[in-house]
Design a protein around this ligand. Structure first.
Ligand code: SF4
Ligand code: SF4
Length: 347
């Protein structure tokens, strides 16, 4: 399908049209926190100020807290009732490539040994409208992880800002079907395509923070036992959990029952390996010290996850760099990993 374009002035009307079919999410500011909020039918100013959301799009498909089922006990035992099925189809307008890639990573997690029906049902019916970053943050490093600010790999439609319009590329069948029935979309011209290519090239060059994944692959396994290194890098961490809660690829959750007499609900809610209670087991907590927990975050993303899924579980979105209250920086931690020889000498 040839590329299309939409005028920014028509975006409100287009979202209204899509809203007939989908529950539609757009970036929204709430007391300084940028999150995905249901489209209010009017405000499209996010197109001027939006860089990326504070709360990643995983929250749309894997909510911070959700009911798994309700239960009731009677003389015959427990009766379980699942939440109503047929959840409305969800559309995210303006997802950044790093966060779309993060959802592809979460898909692997939630469809591995155990298929998570809650997450997968939302993902299957959902649609992602990507918006290339033309103004990446200093903390972004997606280009070091095989992606780019305008990567269209994991979305259904990809939008590139070309001034007063967006160039629209259909990536999946779902995206093609949607744009084909969008009345305000027009055919893109050769001049639009040229402008979009220039924007893509310029955006790539604006990501200046880099990591060396080959070097990390060599050094991380041998650094695991270097207690001094991990203690040093964890000194200022306060175990607040922000770097995991707001990481688009982190997926740990806790499960709790709320019960009154013989009935109640089972909920799951986001959890974090940064918390000292996270791995508490009947005998001991194997990650009691903070440095062990921070090491777990780094090694899980860059060593353990790739062992299972052949992909680094970090998209370089930079949230953990820009939102850590004490300026802990995963890119510095990875850049300063001790070499094997250094570890031997220290011993
Ligand atoms: S956000 Fe910073 S302080 Fe909080 S747990 Fe992560 S590294 Fe530690
Ligand atoms: S580890 Fe940090 S940079 Fe990587 S995906 Fe998570 S929040 Fe983004």
């Amino acid at each position: 399908m040839a590329n299309k374009k939409i005028n920014k002035k028509d975006v409100a009307g287009i979202l209204d049209q899509w809203k007939q079919e989908f529950t539609l999410f757009v970036p929204s500011r709430d007391e300084g926190v940028v999150k995905w909020a249901k489209w209010d039918g009017a405000d499209t100013t996010f197109m001027d100020w939006y860089r990326n959301t504070t709360i990643p799009s995983k929250a749309v498909f894997f909510p911070p807290m959700e009911e798994m089922f309700s239960f009731q006990k009677d003389g015959e035992g427990y009766h379980i009732e699942l939440p109503a099925s047929g959840e409305p189809k969800q559309l995210i307008f303006g997802i950044r490539p790093c966060d779309a890639k993060a959802l592809a990573i979460l898909d692997m997690t939630f469809s591995d040994a155990y298929e998570d029906p809650y997450y997968l049902a939302r993902r299957k019916s959902g649609i992602l409208i990507g918006l290339g970053c033309t103004n990446p943050c200093d903390s972004c490093f997606c280009t070091s992880l095989g992606s780019s600010p305008t990567d269209s790999a994991n979305v259904d439609l990809m939008l590139t800002d070309i001034g007063s319009e967006f160039l629209v590329e259909a990536i999946s069948d779902k995206g093609e079907e949607l744009i084909a029935k969008t009345s305000a979309a027009q055919a893109a011209t050769e001049a639009d395509e040229v402008r979009a290519r220039e924007e893509v090239k310029a955006a790539y060059g604006k990501v200046t923070r880099k990591i060396d994944t080959e070097d990390i692959k060599k050094k991380l396994p041998s650094s695991f036992e270097d207690k001094d290194y991990w203690e040093k890098i964890a000194t200022k961490c306060i175990s607040c959990g922000i770097c995991t809660f707001l990481c688009p690829t982190c997926y740990c959750f806790d499960i709790n029952d709320e019960r009154i007499k013989s009935q109640g609900q089972r909920f799951r809610s986001w959890d974090s390996c940064a918390f000292c209670l996270y791995t508490k087991m009947p005998v001991e907590n194997p990650r009691e010290e903070r440095w062990r927990r921070l090491r777990q975050k780094v090694c899980h993303k860059y060593e353990f996850y790739p062992m299972s899924f052949d992909v680094i579980a970090c998209t370089g979105c930079g949230r953990c760099v820009r939102l850590c209250p004490v300026n802990w920086d995963i890119t510095q931690t990875l850049a300063n990993l001790p070499a094997q020889e250094q570890i031997k000498q220290e011993k």
